[in-house]
Design a protein around this ligand. Sequence first.
Ligand SMILES: [Zn+2]
Ligand SMILES: [Zn+2]
Length: 121
Amino acid sequence: MADATGPISTLPGRGHEVPEGQTCDEHPDRPAVARIQGETDSMGCEMIDMCQECLDEHRAYMRSPEASTGFCDWCKEEATDIAPRRDPEEGMCGPVYQVCGACRKREDDRLEIEAGTYWGE
Ligand SMILES: [Zn+2]
Ligand SMILES: [Zn+2]
């Protein structure tokens, strides 16, 4: 079983170093070649250890349309460009939301306006 971490600032899907001697979560008889950050919240995240086969499957899934289709946590609309995102106001280790491209763009613009570096229309 993969370990739970403490609060962490990286987002789900991020690769982490595989500990020495770690085996695949799905195939305990195979060495893990990758450790991918799984579901993440303000308490931390789970790490998923994968052998080459599991990693290939994971990568294929991440490239598939299902991986980025879902309901946006911010505008509650269905979108096909969902990606994990934090609310900067809740800090670098706060809860992670699934947010659509339009909301991420709006948030980025808002942050740039606040920072005084906005050069958009
Ligand atoms: Zn495996
Ligand atoms: Zn949205």
